[in-house]
Structures are given as structure tokens and as C-alpha cells.
Write a protein that binds this ligand. Sequence first.
Ligand code: CMX
Length: 141
Amino acid sequence: LVTAVDHVGIAVADLDAAIAFQRDTFGLRVTHSEVNEEQGVHEAMLRAPGDATGATQIQLLAPLREDSALAKFLDRNGPGLQQLAYRVTDIEAASEAIRAKGLRLLYEEPRRGTANSRINFVHPKDAGGVLVELVEPAEVH
Ligand code: CMX
């Protein structure tokens, strides 16, 4: 079902400070950043320089609004690991297989994720306390 660990998401209060910390402490570099209005996040994707394309990335997520899922997570837990994202090739098929096992997905239909990927989430209460994101990357032309 899953082809790779696409990324691990970390909730942060200050995106620029978190990017500087990851860069100065671990040598990670930003490869992509964007605002996702629907998800209510300002996000950056980071990877180690020299890592092969397609390697697991670290996603830093800062809230855009107080009513976002990210803001609620930060209010409740403070900064820290927020999600584990699995890459899939066909999100409809993956969603169907997961629903068939009786697990709850958060959305009826996939929504837009980072870099025009298509995403959904398994409810953390159905996945051992981990918010699991399913990511079907956008086709690269
Ligand atoms: N990881 C693990 N557990 C989590 C969690 C997380 N990230 N977020 C919430 N929970 C737990 C809560 O602690 C709570 O546990 P208890 O009942 O034991 O206290 C339980 O899940 C349900 O909490 P809730 O109050 O019913 O739900 P929330 O309002 O906290 O929302 C969730 C939880 C997962 C539905 C919401 O965070 C969500 O919709 N997430 C998906 C969207 C998202 O995370 N977007 C940001 C990332 C965008 C991107 O990746 O592109």
C-alpha cells in the first residue's frame, strides 16, 4: 500500500526560527515552501543536502490562523511531531483499502497537499495515536 515515508511533520510556532534551527543544527536545507490556505498552514519542506531525490523530507508547519488544526495542536501540545506521512501511488485505492479495514479517514475526498499532491489523513485514534497522512505526489512532467 505504502511506497515510502514521504515526510514527517513538525508543528512549529515560528517557521523562520525553526528553519534556522534545522539548518544550523542538522544541516538541513529548505527545498520547498508554500502557504496552504485550506489547511491553514505556512510550511517548508527540508532535506539533507546530497540526499537522493525522493528521500524522506522533514515538513515544518506553522499556523496561519487561530482556528486551524495546527493552531489547536500547538495550543494543546506545544511544538513537536504532528504527523507521519506515507506516500502512495493511488490515493483512491489506498483510501478504499483503509476504510475497508474500518479506519476513519478525515476527508470524504482527497484534498490538496504540498506541491499539488493529493492528501487524506487517518484519524489518530484509529492509527495508534499517530496522525497518518496519505500523500499521492503530483505527477512530474
Ligand atoms: N497526532 C496525534 N493525536 C492527535 C493529533 C495529532 N496530530 N491531533 C489530535 N490528536 C488527538 C487529540 O489529542 C485527541 O486525543 P484525546 O481525545 O485523547 O484527547 C484526539 O486526537 C481527537 O481530538 P479532537 O479534539 O477530537 O480533534 P482535534 O480538533 O484535535 O483534531 C484532527 C484532530 C486530527 C482531526 C485535526 O488535527 C485534523 O483535522 N488534522 C488534519 C489536518 C492537518 O493536520 N493539517 C495540517 C497539516 C497540513 C499538511 O500536512 O499539509
